[in-house]
Write a protein that binds this ligand. Structure first.
Ligand code: 5GP
Ligand code: ZN
Length: 114
């Protein structure tokens, strides 16, 4: 995807603070952090949003969640707890249309969301 900023991050065409990478997924620090820990975990493959999750990529999405759990432990937020957020579409507040999961931690979050 030529104009996708996260594909450019995957291809290292634009810099990011990568904290984890394997052949399928990448995790990097959010440029505008909302909490002491704010990491984005994405598939390297371009998938637009949660609307595009299906049986063909569900293993990849599962791998993202295993990665998130491991990162939470490495980043020292597993005991206190953390929040995993996926914003889908306009009402969900999605601004980058390459599916991503926010891993937020290091402070207490409120509920319900705004
Ligand atoms: P969304 O609103 O789509 O769920 O989240 C997009 C997130 O991507 C935002 O939290 C925003 O700060 C982050 N973001 C947007 N552009 C960049 C970028 O170029 N680099 C990094 N590291 N994060 C970005
Ligand atoms: Zn993309």
């Amino acid at each position: 995807m030529e104009d996708c900023i996260f594909c450019k991050i995957v291809n290292k065409e634009i810099p990011s603070e990568i904290i984890y990478e394997d052949d399928k997924v990448m995790a990097f620090k959010d440029v505008n952090p909302q909490s002491p820990v704010h990491v984005l975990v994405i598939p390297k493959e371009h998938i637009e949003s949660s609307n595009d999750i299906d049986d063909n990529n569900s293993q990849l999405i599962g791998h993202i969640f295993v990665t998130i759990k491991e990162l939470a432990k490495e980043l020292g937020i597993d005991e206190d707890g953390y929040r995993i957020v996926n914003n889908c579409g306009s009402f969900g507040g999605q601004t980058v249309y390459h599916i991503h999961f926010h891993l937020l931690g290091g402070r207490k979050f409120s509920w319900p969301p705004g």
